[in-house]
Design a protein around this ligand. Structure first.
Ligand code: AHR
Length: 532
């Protein structure tokens, strides 16, 4: 353990509640379900030997194939426990489906109609098999039960424009047409699904993708697709496929699509494996400071968006859909084990920093989808009969509960900085040394109770130092007791599991406020501060 801080400064947080950045979009608490490992089969449906998409070469001990009792399922056969956590605890507003890499060779027509007649197909992204027991109708039914908005990604790998138009007609068609009527036949109901969000492909830039393309080839094709899609349904919200927001791909695609898309999708994961593959543990600094790279990417992407809008004379704003983000060590969560990764406290601190980024960047980030929502690099891990919440669940829970309906406000942070190695390494040299204290704040007004409060999320990313910090609120007076919710454990490597589900969990209390708080080393704290 080392404390790699730069010069010593007296930490302080100054908050300016009257200086609004933007309202926080509730869609930053969105999720992602991919046909991968035990995400759908085991997370949404119970996994059985016939529905499980493949036999993992190295199954993780948590992967179980025993039947889930009917009492734990909805009438449609969905797991109740997962559905309840996503709907009632995390209040996930939107879910992206069916991939991810999976979508680039997915034929949606294999996933509709009588289940016993559906084709079991080779699955090319993750080298498995797809049973097609969960398709468009099941996804929409699950979304309706979970009160979640569906977001469907189109196959721009093996899929044709015609397939995509049929899929949109199947979901949204209201006329007397073949695919609209097929939906009526399959569901026994007249009403259309009205799917608004559609993604124009997934990571088409990636060499691992079925159907990888150059930026200009993709942009030309996506333009044609967008034009045709809006002829089928003019009300759709289209998401163009970006890279990380900062790459040449993003610039080329935005320049071409600025007048055709509503959102620009970017992806990034932090917490990749050890620098030296002979090491077995990730270094703390390479885990927790990574989200600073996402913030820089968003800032650059905002510039690329505005430049493209300027050149094309597009007055409507284009927002960012950060529709895959999260903490993923590819040496731990591998295709062989269905990307099942078990998270420690350091990973939870990174997750809190991710969410701080989205709050601070509220003016341009409209959607953020944690990858993924269950079992696959996820806050939730299921067995046949239950689930446990990983460490990374807790920041999501707190942000969703307290930061959701607020207005993101400006703040300044004076903090010691981290001078050790980050991942990516360029954070320090390009963006600047990351601050140990990573902070965001929202102003929340409750019109019915006529009360206002500040919600301040503080990650003390220092592994070794606690900081006693004044929190100064400009031009406002604090009126009453402050709620403190803290995620901490003496051991940054502590994690939850079947035997110790609450090893890392929240401690909440109410305190008299004297204008300062001591943020413990490697902790996440959310303060609810009432204003007069
Ligand atoms: O979330 C896992 C994978 O990561 C997704 O399938 C892909 O889009 C990304 O590379």
């Amino acid at each position: 353990m080392s404390d790699q801080t730069t010069e010593q400064v007296s930490p302080a947080i100054d908050i300016f509640p009257s200086f609004s950045i933007a309202p926080v979009s509730p869609y930053i608490f969105s999720g992602f379900l991919e046909h991968l490992g035990r995400c759908i089969y085991g997370g949404i449906l119970p996994s059985t030997r016939t529905t499980f998409p493949y036999t993992p070469r190295k199954p993780c001990p948590e992967a179980q194939f025993t039947e889930t009792p009917a009492a734990l399922l909805t009438p449609e056969g969905f797991r109740v426990d997962v559905l309840e956590v996503l709907r009632d605890e995390l209040r996930v507003p939107l879910i992206r489906w069916p991939g991810g890499n999976f979508v680039s060779s997915y034929n949606w027509k294999d996933g509709i109609g009588p289940r016993e007649e559906r084709k079991r197909q080779p699955e090319l992204a993750w080298n498995g098999e797809e049973s097609n027991q969960f398709g468009t109708d099941e996804f929409i039914a699950w979304c309706r039960t979970a009160k979640i908005e569906p977001y469907i990604v189109l196959n721009m790998g093996t899929g044709t424009l015609e397939d995509a138009l049929h899929w949109i007609e199947y979901c949204n068609g209201t006329g007397d047409t073949y695919y609209a009527n097929l939906r009526r036949k399959n569901t026994g109901r007249d009403e259309a699904y009205g799917v608004k969000y559609w993604g124009l492909g997934n990571e088409v830039w990636g060499e691992w993708q079925v159907g990888q393309q150059t930026a200009s080839a993709y942009a030309t094709k996506a333009r044609q697709w967008a034009h045709a899609i809006r002829l089928v349904d003019p009300d759709v919200i289209l998401v163009g496929c970006g890279e990380t927001g900062i790459n040449a791909w993003d610039g080329v695609v935005l320049d071409e699509l600025a007048d055709k898309v509503d959102l620009h999708s970017i992806h990034l994961y932090t917490g990749f494996g050890p620098r030296d593959r002979s090491q077995t543990e990730r270094e703390y600094g390479r885990s927790v400071y990574g989200p600073d790279a996402a913030e820089y990417s968003i800032e650059v992407c905002k510039g690329l968006i505005n430049k493209a809008r300027f050149v094309k004379g597009v007055s409507k704003p284009i927002k960012i859909a950060f529709d895959e983000y999260g903490v993923w060590d590819e040496t731990v969560g591998t295709p062989e084990n269905g990307l099942e990764q078990f998270y420690n406290l350091a990973d939870a601190l990174a997750m809190a920093s991710w969410l701080n980024v989205f709050i601070r960047q509220a003016d341009v980030v409209d959607i953020a989808c944690i990858a993924q929502s269950v079992n696959v690099i996820s806050p939730l891990v299921t067995s046949a009969t239950g689930l446990f919440r990983q460490t990374i669940y807790w920041p999501l829970f707190l942000f969703s509960k307290y930061m959701r309906d607020g207005i993101s406000v400006k703040l300044t942070v004076t903090s010691p900085q981290f001078s050790g190695e980050t991942l990516p390494r360029w954070i320090s040299s390009i963006k600047g040394f990351p601050s140990d204290l990573d902070v965001s704040a929202v102003l929340y007004a409750d019109p019915s109770a006529k009360t206002r409060s500040l919600r301040v999320a503080v990650v003390n990313r220092s592994e070794t130092s606690s900081y006693d910090v004044p929190l100064r609120v400009a031009f406002e007076r604090v009126g009453g007791q402050v709620e403190v919710h803290e995620l901490w454990h003496a051991d940054v490597k502590a994690r939850n599991g079947w035997e110790n589900e609450n090893e890392v969990s929240l401690e909440s209390r109410t305190v008299s406020w004297d204008g300062r708080w001591t943020f413990r080393n490697h902790s996440f704290t959310l303060l609810v501060i009432p204003l007069e």
